[in-house]
Design a protein around this ligand. Sequence first.
Ligand SMILES: [Zn+2]
Length: 114
Amino acid sequence: MHEVGIMESALALVQRHADERGASCVHRVVLRVGALSGVDPDSLRFAFEVVARGTRAEGATLVLDLVPTLVYCSSCRCEFAGDRGAIFTCPQCGDLCGEIRSGRELELSRIEMS
Ligand SMILES: [Zn+2]
């Protein structure tokens, strides 16, 4: 389960931010998770609970901001929602497109602490 490793690095970042601001308690952590990032949201939530135990983030709410896959078609200049995969077929012109505009995100977007 590589979600544990992902959560460990995310929490290391959270702790660093908490140190910088002298915060003693982390209330909420928001992560942007793209549909193509390859992580399972449920595993991520579980990993958060395990990894946060004994840290300032213990008991904090983990919010997963799920980002859908958006693919750009250069032939007809449209954006459309894709699902899993690396090559997508444009619903308008049928061309194959591989230009992914969003969906690969896996990043911390917000931390609330005091
Ligand atoms: Zn197209």
